[in-house]
Structures are given as C-alpha cells and as structure tokens.
Design a protein around this ligand. Structure first.
Ligand code: TRP
Length: 396
C-alpha cells in the first residue's frame, strides 16, 4: 500500500475551511492508503513560541475534532510531531544539505517577511504621524505666543502667517513618512532561525516516513519541492534512501471567512466545524454581504457574497433557487443568513455529536495518540538507522 502523510499546525479546533480543504480529503484517503496524519507542533512554534502554554490542550482538542469528522485511528496513524525526536535529528542533518539563500528564496518565507515589513512600516508611520502632530501643536503654541492672542487671529495677515508656518511643519513630517517607505526595512530581528528552517523540518517530516504522497493545499507546493530537492541531494551524495514524494492536490472551493477574507483563526473570521449552534447563528448573522445590496429588493451579486458561498457548500440543493432570487432582488440578506445558518447547523450536527461522544471517553484519545506515536516512532527510527549508516555517522 502506498503511503500518505500530512500534518496540520495546532492553531486550534479546525474550522470549516480546514474541513473542506484538508479533513474531508484525509478521510477519503484513509481507505486507499497507509495514512499518517500528525500534529505539527514544532512547526507551530516557529512563529508562535510564546503561545506554548495551552498547547497540550489544543492538541487534544484538535485531534478530537479530527476523529469527530471521521479520521479513524483504526485506519490510519495519528501522531504528534514533537513526540518523534527522530524528526529533529533528520532536520539537523538535512539543514547541512540546503543553502541559506535557497531558504530565503522560498515563497512562503518571502510572503511572511513582506507581511512583517508591512507591519513594521505601519508602526514607523504611526510614530511619525504622532511626531508630526506633536510638532505641529508645539509650533502652533509657539506662534501664538505665550498668551493665546485670539483677537489677533481675526487679522487676516496674522492668520496667513500662522497657516504657512503650520503647513511647513506638516509637510516636513509628511515627506519624512514618504521617505521611510522607500527605505529598506530590516526584518532579520523579527524572524527566528527556526522559521527560516520551516521547510527543512517539513522535509524531515515527509521523508522520514518515505511518504509517496502528500495531500496539501497549493500554498504548500514550494515546501514539497524543497523536500524533493533535499531527498535528491541526500540520495546522490550518500545512498538512495529516500523516494521522491508527490503532492496530492485536491481542488476545493476557497472558503471565505465571515468577513469575506480568507478564513483564518488569526483573522477572527472562522466558524468551527463543531461550533455551538448559537455561536454559529450569531457569527452568520454578523456576516459580510454584498455591499451593493442594501435593501431587501436591491439585486445582489451572489458570486461576491460569502453567505452565498456557504449556501453552495452546505445548502447545495437550494443553490440555484437562492442565486436567482438574490440576483432578482427577491431575497433579503437577513432571511438568507438565517437559512444558511440552519443548513450549516444541520450539516455539522453529526460532527458535534461525535465530538461529545469522544470527549466522554477522553482516556481513549491519549490511548490513540500513544498508539500512533509508537507506530510512527518505529518507522522513523528505522529510517534514521539507514540515514546514519548512509552518512557513516559515529556509533559506539
Ligand atoms: N506546513 C504545513 C501547514 O502549515 C504543516 C506541515 C508540517 C506539513 N509538516 C508537514 C504538511 C508535512 C504536510 C507534510 O499546513
């Protein structure tokens, strides 16, 4: 049986985006392949080391939801990355097989850096604007002198002088903001050494199990490519230990968040797979809708509306009807939201039930992870034996 491996960072309980782009797919794969699904907790730390406190609870919470949607420990191996120390050893050895500049060129890294730079720039700008405001106020006080010469402000000439001087100070500040934009923002101090090596660790995750296929979203393809490069390099320098992993891309709809941006925990726009029905209803009622549709009878643009996107995913049988009504201005958004919330609550009900059932025998979850960790460790250690042998590492 061919082997499949994939992981998710423990960012919290899965949301409906995770369900549609990863978990449904994992569930389908477990019948056809020898599947390994794991919690990438070390990867989580590369950007969130200070959030480690509740990690054990988050990991359990996440795995419970995996099982609730049908990831079945009888059919696949579920494990926690940090429990398999062999990943760390292989990561270290792989880190010698890749250059720093290759890692700096990695698109995910570049995007992350661009975001950090933007944040820094905003911070800088804010500081500058504050400085301008302060300077302008100072200047104003200076110009009007000690006592506020209100009477004089009525004189046209006096007012003109005041205006010109204040304008000068504002312009000076504004120019300094524009200058900052062109300057190269340094970011090195904002990125950890561990984060640069993110894809090297991911390569170790994949190759240590000699995975044939890796189901991932398109954003992860550059990482998979890097894993293949490292495998080739290792195989050619030492001996052919690693098969080259292939991506398993699935086409899934982009799942918008409640504000129509990409659904993400960090944006606060996510709906959980096992969301409480009242919370779900509240989130849906507060959703973004087509801004051009203000009144009930205004014609809407379903393609631009995340509420309609949810109808397409969770209320498929009514999709056409809703689309037509909305486009013709025969459907109000409030009604539309209520309907989709109802459909989602029904669709997700079995997952919620299963979650509660699993939570009632919590011991079983620790058992599942223990079992999975054991199986993963055996395979990982076998590969490491080969690796150490191929590299002629020291042995006693
Ligand atoms: N980088 C992946 C993500 O953020 C998580 C991950 C870590 C992973 N190691 C992996 C995915 C190995 C697939 C295979 O989603």
């Amino acid at each position: 049986m061919k082997r499949v491996l994939s992981g998710l960072r423990p960012t919290g309980r899965p949301h409906i985006g995770n369900l549609l782009d990863a978990l449904n797919n994992w569930r389908n794969l477990q019948d056809k392949y020898d599947c390994f699904f794991f919690v990438a907790d070390w990867h989580f730390l590369t950007t969130a080391v200070e959030d480690i406190k509740n990690l054990p609870e988050t990991i359990v919470d996440m795995v419970v939801d995996w099982m609730a949607v049908g990831i079945d420990p009888e059919k696949c191996t579920i494990f926690v990355q940090s429990n398999i120390k062999q990943h760390a050893e292989l990561h270290l050895l792989f880190s010698m097989l890749i250059s720093v500049s290759r890692l700096l060129r990695n698109p995910t890294f570049k995007e992350h850096v661009a975001e950090l730079k933007l944040k820094e720039l905003r911070k800088e700008k804010k500081k500058t604007v504050e400085r301008i405001a302060d300077a302008t106020i100072e200047r104003f006080l200076e110009l009007v002198g000690e006592g506020f010469e209100k009477e004089k402000l009525k004189e046209k000439e006096y007012r003109e002088i005041l205006k010109v001087r204040l304008k000068e100070s504002l312009l000076e500040g504004a120019f300094s903001i524009m200058g900052a934009e062109e300057e190269e923002i340094s970011y090195g101090h904002l990125v950890s050494y561990g984060y640069l090596g993110y894809p090297v660790l991911q390569a170790a995750d994949i190759l240590i199990y000699k995975a044939d296929y890796v189901p991932v979203g398109g954003d992860q393809l550059p990482h998979l490519e890097l894993a293949r490069e490292i495998a080739k390099r290792f195989n050619s320098i030492f001996s052919p230990v690693f098969p080259l992993p292939e991506p398993l891309l699935t086409s899934f709809p982009r799942v918008p968040g409640t504000d129509n941006r990409k659904m993400s925990k960090s944006y606060g726009n996510a709906i959980l797979v096992t969301e409480d029905p009242n919370v779900l209803l509240e989130k849906v009622m507060g959703m973004y809708t087509d801004p051009e549709k203000i009144r009930k009878n205004d014609p809407g643009h379903p393609q631009r509306c995340p509420v309609f996107a949810y109808h397409q995913m969770f209320n498929k049988s009514k999709e056409m009807e809703i689309k037509e009504e909305c486009t013709l201005g025969k459907r109000g958004c409030v009604q539309c939201k209520k309907e989709v919330a109802k459909a989602m609550i029904e669709y997700l009900a079995p997952y919620r039930e299963k979650r509660n059932q699993i939570l009632s025998e919590k011991k079983k979850i620790t058992e599942v992870l223990k079992e999975g960790n054991k199986r993963a460790k055996e395979i990982a250690e076998r590969t490491m034996e080969e690796v150490r042998e191929a590299m002629s590492m020291w042995r006693d």
